[in-house]
Design a protein around this ligand. Sequence first.
Ligand SMILES: [Zn+2]
Length: 340
Amino acid sequence: MRAMVQTGFGGPDVLGLADVPVPSPGPADVLVRVAACGLNQLDVLQRRGDVRLPGLELPHVAGMDVAGVVEAAGEDSPVPVGARVVLDPSLPCGACPLCHEGRGGHCPNLRILGATIDGGLAEFVLAPASAAHVLPEGIDLVEAACLPTPWATAYSAVVRVGRLRAGETLLVHAAAGNVGLAAVQIAQRVGAHVVATVGSPEKAAALAAVGVKHVVVGTEDAPSLVAEVTDGRGADVVLEYLGPATWAASMSALRIGGRLVFLGNTTGDQVTFSLSDAFHRGLELLGAGGYLPSDMAAALQLFADGGTATVAGRFALEDAGVAQDLLCDRSTVGRVLVIP
Ligand SMILES: [Zn+2]
């Protein structure tokens, strides 16, 4: 089969198209014919060598977010040949104490499809059948490659950890990012109101396209827009992944008893805030942690309810390196897909 194989660390030229053997599934595996693979920042970081997750070995095939059709299945696979699936790239061992506790995202033996083991920049990819989620009807197979990491992450943060409910108001910063676009659509589908901030007017258009009415460019005006939308009450939940750049606006936008869910440190790792303000108002500061397989399944069901996959570009397998570098352009909105 054709695969885009990484043989060194550096620019796109460390990737090369190669003919490699098609892997054969063990009893609990599926072999998936890749329809599309959504790229992630981690692909670029690992290609350059800036990040090397434990277990990464060269030669390596990147590509974490895979949608495709099951081509062959081991005898113990509950997912049949021919099923349309997306693959959860996060593969906990299932046997350690943290896995037994339901904290598979923290499994010390965690493998990640396309990051620590070979992934979807190939015609076929091998995965445990337990990682294959059958797509609800009505979801386009290629667009489904936009979903796994951002939608499961957003569902986990907003609904499972943040406990967002119908009628509540969610504030999302950098909402034109892939997790942001998933979070606002998930909030809409649980019946919540959404206020979004974006970095530029062009990015506001991406939010309008998914039906978000309350969008502000920049973060400074976010608390006042939230106050306007909530009759002065404040946001029930804020999704925060930028860190210092937005932390103050996030805290001040929260209602009494509000929940701040944080899952990123894009602009730095240290923040300061008033302890007395936080405890007097009874704020809950909730670290998101990793998502769970149940988050992925729930997110897919919500997406099937008319969700929009925003695609920034579709690239052929041989152009995967160029496609990866598009992720570094901060003006890109939506997922970059490789179609093997
Ligand atoms: Zn484990």
